[in-house]
Structure formats: C-alpha cells, structure tokens
Ligand binder design. Structure first.
Ligand code: PLP
Ligand SMILES: N[C@@H](CCOP(=O)(O)O)C(=O)O
Length: 459
C-alpha cells in the first residue's frame, strides 16, 4: 500500500513513512493510492467481534508491512486497554431510529483518544525500531491536544508541543494540557484562533530547514493514521445495527472534517452507509460550501462547542481530492486560492460532494435546547458538540437508522452543559483533582518565528 499527496507532487510513501512524515512536502495530505474494500461476508463476520478484532480487520489492509499481524494486534490491544467501557464505542438509543455512538470513554474523554492512543503505540514501535527522536507539533481547539499529550507524555524519544488558542478552550481541556508534569510535554497558548494555530503547524512543515532540524512530526488529522483509526467505529456501529444487510446513516459534529472523512473512507471500503451528514455550529463554512459550492472563509466565532470553532477545515482537502478524481494540480490551485479568501468548486466535483455529504448547522440556542431536551427525553447528557450533531441529525431522520457521533464527554464542558440543562456533569474519579493540579503553560504571540524559537529552545 502506497500513500500519495492530495497535491500530486510529493513522493509516494509507505504507511510508516506517511505516518511519521505528517504533511506531504508539497503541502498536501497523504491518502492511500487505492482504498481497499471489504466484502459483505467480511463485514458480516464482524458481528459479535470485539472492538479490537474489528479494528484489526478494518485497518490491516492499509498498513502494508509496517507491522506484523501479531505486532499490530498487540498495539491495538494496548491502545484500547485503558478505555472505560468494554465496548470501547457503545451505542445507545435516543429514539426509535436514532442512536448515539459514545466516543468519549477514552482517557481524555473525547473521540480523539481512539486514534491518538493507537498512533502513540505505533509511533513508539516505529521509533524504537529506528532509534529516531521526533518533535511532534500539534494544533488544537481543545481535544486533539489533550489526547496527544496523554498518548505521548513521558516518552523518551518524543517531544510534544501543542498550540491552542488562548482563552478559547474549556477549562477542563486547558487543564488536561497544562497539568501533566512530564518534561517532554509543552503547552503553548497562542494569541489567535484555532485556524492560526493550524496554519502555524502547516507553515512549520513547509519550512524545510526547520522541519529537518527538529525532526518534525504531526499528529493532527493531517496524519493519515489518525483518519484510519477513526474508520473503525463506523464499522462497529453499523454492524451492530445490521450492516451489511441494512444501510445505516451517520451524523458527525464536524470541524476539521477528519471524523466525517473517516466515514467516507468506511463507505468506500464497502460499508453500506446511506447518508453522511456534516453537522456544524455557527462556524458553518462546511455547511455553506455544501449548499453553495463556494468555500469562503469568514472569521472564527467563539461558541459553546469550541472544538468545532474552525473555518479552514484541513481534511476537506482530502474530500476535494476525491471529488476532483485525484487531480492533485486542481486541488493545489484551489488551496492556493484559499490563501486569498476562498474558491469555487467546479460543477462535477460539487455534484460528487453533494451526492456524498448532507449537512446542517445548529445555532447556540439550538445547541442549548438540544442539551436540555435530550436529557429530559432520553436521560442522555450531551456535550455541546454532540448536541450540535443530534440537532442536525433530527432533520435527517428517516427509515434508515441514524447514528450520531457523541464526540466528547459532557464533563469536558461543565459550564455550558450546566447552563443549558441545570445538570452538573462530574469528571471521572481519576480526574477529580484536575482543578487542583499546578498548570504549566507558555503564552506565545501568533507569530511563526516566535513559535519556532520556543520549540527550538525547548528540545
Ligand atoms: C468534541 C469534538 N467534536 C467534534 C470535533 C470535530 O471533528 P473533526 O475536526 O474531525 O471534524 C472535534 C474536533 O476535532 C471535537 O473535539
Ligand atoms: N477539534 C480539534 C481540532 C484539530 O483537529 P484534528 O482532528 O485535525 O487534530 C481539536 O479538538 O483539537
């Protein structure tokens, strides 16, 4: 299996190389040259299997000879051993044809743990084999950062720097990033929004001297391994609702487009997915794009679902690549246009996107009302991101079972949840002293040179 860049000019890489490389050298994102498919019989065989067994079956065709079967099984087992639910990603029923996929039982209480815990294992295995040391730099609107720190803290061959927008993550998210005491962990509060943080990370990858100097690696969803690990739970959920014999739809709270893109990959692998619904908060660039065919940046507005406060949605580039039939030159030209504000998607590509994705948005009031009514109607306490998803999903319910992804635990956003529902969502006992732990954070200007200087000084 080889991986190629969405912009068409970077060298093709193996799975291991793509995982450790992060952003392609032409600025694009790596995607598999071919997407392997599973037969209906192979999918049917997943029924009743453990999450770990399904993970192996889904991901094995993508990893080539990076790991032996036995080693890959071991890495998967270690990745999910610390999850707080035997099913890893349990489904609960909200209404007759509407289900919630709880993706928040991992160590940092968000769906990011599914991929990050596995990436942590895979990085360690690959780096201990090669003896290399890398510097991970990641951008976060709150959840990727805490998941990455949890997965990489204390490792001797990795430094991890997380850039988060100062004042724009919840207190729990911030503390998850600033309280670990391990010296290889560095939380950087940037005077900007998430888009600024993500742009800085990409600029660091495009600064080849810096990239080589610090041995830069990325664990944002620019890393194909992140997307791949998120494909698995589409399979576990759909199979438990009757796939491959029955179609299933998914609604996904969306920001950087990584999670829903994983659903698209699941569909291309043969999972019978009817609708893939993009749910946005008022930072609704993806919804507007799917409605109009124009991808036009506006400023980021802070919301009560801060992890989705994103306008430059990194993985949309991967979707565009498929929409343009693998034409990297066109993707590169459109990404260039984005620097000056946006681009128009050409008719054929737009048609493909409209055929593949549906969308909707939730206002702040919609989100709060959904947290309250869902608690009253079903007993389920939603985080604001999941509430955006459930609100949008309700407009797309039909005969096909709908699964909405619950992307974070309500306890990560206690103020917003209490304000909406009156209910206090407690942290799990292992995190009960989070508010008492000392914080360690460096405030940095929204300036590439300043960020690079901090990183070089610390490693
Ligand atoms: C809780 C939560 N929900 C939804 C999202 C959006 O996911 P994606 O960026 O993969 O679209 C994020 C951030 O990634 C998140 O942290
Ligand atoms: N919402 C994310 C933003 C980064 O997304 P990623 O999937 O590209 O890492 C976050 O919580 O940090």
């Amino acid at each position: 299996m080889r991986y190629i860049s969405t912009r068409g000019t970077a060298p093709a890489l193996t799975f291991e190389e793509a995982m450790l490389t992060g952003l392609a050298r032409d600025g694009g994102l790596y995607v598999p040259e071919n997407i392997p498919t599973l037969t209906a019989a192979q999918i049917a065989d997943m029924a009743g299997k453990s999450y770990e067994d399904v993970a192996f079956a889904v991901m094995r065709p993508f990893i080539g000879d990076t790991f032996s079967d036995a080693q890959f099984r071991e890495l998967i087992a270690k990745a999910y051993a610390g999850f707080g639910h035997a099913a890893r990603a349990p489904l609960v029923q909200l209404a007759p044809n509407h289900f919630l996929l709880e993706l928040f039982h991992g160590p940092t209480l968000a769906f990011k743990d599914f991929a990050m815990q596995l990436i942590g294992q895979m990085f360690q295995a690959a780096l201990s084999r090669s003896g290399d040391r890398v510097t991970i730099v990641g951008a976060t609107s709150g959840d990727t950062g805490s998941a990455a720190i949890e997965a990489f803290r204390g490792l001797s061959n990795v430094d991890v720097f997380i850039l988060f927008p100062h004042g724009r993550v919840s207190e729990v998210q911030r503390r998850q990033m600033t309280t670990p005491s391990e010296s290889n962990v560095h939380a950087l509060a940037v005077d900007g929004d998430f888009d600024d943080c993500q742009a800085a990370v990409k600029d660091m990858f495009n600064d080849f001297a810096f990239r080589e100097d610090v041995k830069l690696a990325g664990v944002n969803s620019i890393n194909w391994g992140r997307v791949l690990a998120q494909v698995v739970y589409y399979f576990t959920a759909a199979v438990s609702l009757g796939a491959p014999h029955r179609e299933v739809s998914f609604t996904v709270p969306t920001g950087n487009f990584g999670d829903i893109f994983a659903g698209y990959i699941a569909k291309k692998m043969g999972l019978p997915i009817a609708d893939l619904v993009v749910a946005t908060n008022r930072n609704d660039i993806l919804h507007r794009t799917l409605e109009t065919g124009a991808y036009t940046k506006e400023g980021v507005t802070p919301t009560i679902s801060p992890s989705m406060d994103i306008q430059v949605s990194s993985n949309f580039e991967r979707a565009l690549f498929y929409a343009y039939g693998g034409d990297g030159a066109t993707v590169a030209a459109q990404m260039d246009d984005l620097k000056s504000g946006g681009f128009e998607i050409s008719q054929g590509a737009y048609q493909m996107l409209q055929d593949t994705f549906k969308s909707g948005r939730a206002s702040e009031e919609d989100t709060k009302a959904m947290i309250k009514s869902c608690r009253a109607d079903s007993g389920e306490l939603l985080c604001p991101h999941s509430a955006v998803g459930v609100h949008v999903a309700q407009a797309h319910l039909g005969a096909t079972p709908m699964v909405t992804l619950a992307t974070a635990h309500p306890a990560k956003f206690p103020d917003a949840v209490k304000d909406a529902s009156g209910v206090v969502a407690p942290l799990p006992p292992r995190m009960a002293d989070l508010y008492d732990r000392p914080e360690r954070v460096t405030r940095v200007a929204n300036d590439l040179a300043a960020l690079q200087a901090v990183i070089k000084e610390r490693i």
